[in-house]
Design a protein. Structure first.
Length: 154
């Protein structure tokens, strides 16, 4: 996959232009034992600078804790950065927790080190888009805005 492109399960349904208005609320999370949070903090700042409201959960959160925080904060998007290699089971659990909380309307964006062969498993788990590790700021912001616009929110 080209490092300058975003991959989404329904990329044909996502508009090319930013069509949103209002403020998008994003929860940036680090799941499991992944202790590398520099990238997540950079993404949080990028999103904030783009006019989004951002909540950062901090390190070592369980999928259940992330979903509870997302519901409490009434976010539009959960963005998860993972470098640990445990992305498939963690996103599977995150999707299950979202469904149990009746919060599967929240958009889920995955980022970090995720091999292409794992993309289908993440989409099956409820991930809406996968942003490659070396994505530029503009791609991250546009991906989120377009996903929200495609769902008719904000």
């Amino acid at each position: 996959m080209n490092q300058a492109s975003m991959t989404s399960q329904n990329s044909g349904d996502v508009p090319d232009q930013d069509a949103t208005t209002g403020t998008i609320r994003v929860l940036v999370a680090k799941l499991g034992l992944d202790g590398h949070d520099r990238g997540a903090k950079v993404v949080a700042r990028i999103l904030r600078d783009a006019g989004m409201e951002v909540v950062y959960t901090g390190l070592y959160k369980s999928p259940n804790e992330v979903v509870a925080a997302a519901v409490q904060e009434d976010v539009d998007v959960i963005g998860v950065s993972l470098l640990s290699g445990s992305h498939v089971p963690l996103f599977r659990e995150l999707g299950r927790c979202l469904r149990e909380a009746k919060a599967d309307h929240i958009v889920v964006v995955a980022g970090g080190v995720i091999p292409e062969q794992d993309y289908a498993a993440l989409w099956d788990s409820g991930v809406d888009a996968i942003v490659p590790q070396e994505a530029r700021a503009e791609l991250i912001v546009t991906t989120i805005r377009n996903l929200i616009a495609a769902r008719g929110r904000v």
